[in-house]
Write a protein that binds this ligand. Structure first.
Ligand code: HEM
Length: 229
């Protein structure tokens, strides 16, 4: 009972919600890095990418991917729900303060984070439908003893469509913008940003977001240009 009250009090405070947004954001930053490094294996060829995908799907007898999915889904839901509640709480506090001022608005940075966040959410839903929920049934028959899904072929086929590739590139641009701001915010919220480290963290955030941007968009571009086929 006491624990429930403490959790309610923690979540009720804006600091509690900010901490949850930062911790779930940090988990998503790590996922994106891992996902990109895995995706870049496409440059090592069909055999390497498909073996990597097969390894992910068979780790811990198939349970590994589900643990990762549950953790990822949890982080995603917490990140979005706590952000919505935080925005509502801030809005209510502002309305109280500016009862006579109808133009009170969220800061530019938080508004652009919300807009880019909504675009990322739509992109992720599309991406899940595209590659995970409704993948095509291409099969890799190059292994000697068994058949396996041809993830390499699926990605090449998907990005051979210029409109789809453009959609990915624009979405990844919004994502990278969101990350460049989010990266520094995580450090600030967790109290890991000092006067001395502010510049370093800002540069690291831009470096991280740049890697996510150029790494991810290189894949549809390489496919469209015929470097990966
Ligand atoms: C060009 C860039 C990308 C490529 C080529 C790519 C490729 C893939 C592929 C092939 C899968 C299915 C893996 C499998 O089932 O074996 C996948 C899953 C996924 N991707 Fe991406 N992805 C890209 C960018 C992104 C971005 C930017 C995000 C997040 C904003 C993202 C989030 C996810 C998620 C959440 C899954 C589901 C993981 C699972 O449950 O299996 N991906 N991606």
């Amino acid at each position: 009972m006491n624990l429930l009250v403490s959790i309610k009090r923690f979540y009720g405070s804006s600091v509690g919600k900010k901490l949850l947004v930062a911790l779930s954001g940090a988990a998503l930053l790590l996922f994106l890095l891992g996902h990109l490094v895995g995706n870049l294996l496409i440059y090592m060829g069909r055999e390497v990418l498909n073996s990597y995908a097969e390894f992910l799907h068979h780790s811990l007898h198939g349970a590994g991917v589900w643990f990762a999915r549950l953790g990822l889904l949890g982080a995603f839901v917490v990140h979005i729900v706590a952000t919505i509640h935080l925005v509502q709480q801030n809005k209510a506090a502002r309305e109280q303060r500016y009862q006579f001022e109808s133009t009170a608005k969220a800061s530019k940075a938080s508004r652009t984070m919300i807009i880019s966040g909504v675009i990322i959410l739509s992109f992720v839903i599309f991406h899940l439908l595209h590659f995970t929920i409704l993948p095509n049934d291409l099969v890799d028959s190059t292994t000697s003893d068994h058949l396996r899904p041809d993830v390499y072929g699926m990605v090449v086929q998907g990005f051979s469509n210029i409109f789809l590739s453009l959609f990915y590139i624009v979405s990844i641009a919004f994502l990278s913008f969101h990350l460049s701001h989010g990266f520094a915010s995580v450090f600030q919220t967790l109290g890991l940003r000092s006067k001395k480290s502010t510049d370093l963290i800002q540069w690291a955030g831009w470096g991280y977001a740049g890697f996510i941007f150029f790494g991810n968009i290189s894949i549809p571009i390489a496919i469209l240009l015929g470097f990966v086929k």
